[in-house]
Design a protein around this ligand. Structure first.
Ligand code: 25A
Ligand code: L14
Length: 343
């Protein structure tokens, strides 16, 4: 990983900034890093330890000499630039939803389906944040006792919608407390002191695109299209960290204690589950952490073979930047950085 030349596309965004933070923590040398964004941000300076790196405009030639390009600049940028980056010799790890359901593109959580990376053709998709944390908790259980049905409700923070959305929650919160009127820009309604059952656009089937990502991406990553998934995704006035209430039905009995025991052993998962002392996962304390936190594990009273749980993760970190960097590390460790045709 240390020798690879890495480009970050969308370097000035929420996810882009987290990419930079994690690459620094991984001791990637500044000389191997190229920061790209739109023309608006070109020329701005980003501090990388004691180094100053100038942000450059994303252009097709910006990918010359790059081994890995980490994209987080929205679907349109990815659709246009990812094939150009691949043509220039880079392997793309894309955070947008643009390529996730393409059958040629692996969709990967390294802890869940790392082997899918081997067959990549130059573009690899990073899954949706809500799906990543759900499968971090469910895949280890599914391996032991297959999952039949998932009912999930999300409580998603504003950071998933980008830097302007974070600013909107902060601004509106002050305005409401000061008795002023608020003007929504990023979200369709006031988000401060409110909850919106609406993330991404509505589809003809009555679900939102975000809700259907949780269905479709679960099938693709678990390689199991028989699992029934139904999701409700809500935006809550939390700055960072997504929470999820998950009800999961297994084919066989899954005592809560057994689930707790299995999850305690999983790398990347931390069980925080002691109601006697009010211990359970919270988005505020999950922020900045690499782990996915699971708690409130209990038997569902309404259906046999079912458990309920509460799952929290830092959506910008494990839900986006960290997962993508873990994909890059998996590629590097297995000598899979170059697409299979050119290896
Ligand atoms: O299509 P998707 O997948 O649904 O993705 C939509 C959005 O989701 C975020 C990401 O927002 C994206 O825009 N996102 C994507 N994947 C995510 C994930 N897994 C995710 N969020 C969570 N989890 P973001 O805020 O994180 O990042 C936006 C970045 O994209 C850069 N960008 C935009 N167009 C680009 C581009 N980069 C290269 N080429 C392009 N054509 C964008 O950079 C940002 O880094 P920027 O330089 O355009 O913006 C930096 C500053 O400019 C300000 N600004 C924004 N718009 C305007 C503006 N200033 C003036 N006028 C404007 N119109 C911003 O305030 C910012 O500070
Ligand atoms: O598909 O707004 O990865 O919280 C990530 C951010 C969907 C929307 C994705 C949000 C996007 C989500």
């Amino acid at each position: 990983m240390q020798d690879l030349k890495i480009a970050v596309v969308g370097a000035t965004g929420m996810v882009g900034q987290e990419f930079i933070k994690i690459l620094k923590q991984r001791n990637i040398p500044a000389k191997n890093l190229r920061l790209l964004a739109s023309a608006r941000s070109a020329g701005s300076i980003v501090y990388y330890g004691s180094n100053e790196i100038t942000v450059e405009e994303t252009t097709p030639s910006a990918f010359n000499g790059i081994n890995i390009a980490l994209f987080s600049a929205g679907g349109d940028v990815s659709r246009y630039y990812a094939p150009l980056a691949v043509k220039a010799g880079a392997t793309v790890i894309d955070n947008s939803s643009a390529w996730r359901m393409d059958p040629e593109v692996p969709l990967v959580i390294p802890e869940v389906n790392a082997a899918d990376l081997e067959q990549h053709n130059g573009i690899i998709a990073n899954p949706n944040c809500s799906t990543i944390q759900m499968l971090m908790a469910l895949a280890p259980l599914h391996r032991i006792n297959p999952v039949k049905r998932i009912i999930v409700s999300t409580y998603q923070s504003v950071s998933g919608a980008g830097g302007k959305a974070v600013f909107e929650l902060q601004t509106q919160s002050r305005q409401v407390l000061d008795g002023q009127s608020v003007n929504p820009h990023v979200f369709p309604h006031q988000i401060a002191f409110n909850v919106l059952p609406h993330i991404d656009v509505f589809l003809d089937n009555g679900f939102t695109k975000e809700e259907m990502k949780m269905v479709n991406e679960t099938h693709k990553m678990l390689h199991d299209y028989s699992i029934i998934v139904t999701a409700t995704c809500a935006r809550v006035p939390v700055l960072n960290g997504h929470s999820e209430s998950i009800t999961v039905e297994f084919y066989e009995s899954m005592p809560a204690d057994e689930a707790r025991g299995i999850l305690t052993m999983v790398k990347g998962v931390k069980v925080l589950d002691d109601p006697t002392i009010n211990v359970y996962p919270q988005p505020w304390s999950a922020t900045g952490s690499d782990d996915t936190f699971v708690g409130r594990i209990r038997q569902d009273l309404s259906q046999p073979n079912c458990i309920n749980m509460w799952v929290v993760a830092d959506n910008i970190r494990k839900g986006a930047a960290l997962n993508a960097i873990q994909i890059a590390e998996t590629l590097a460790a297995n000598d899979w950085v170059k697409a299979k045709g050119v290896r």
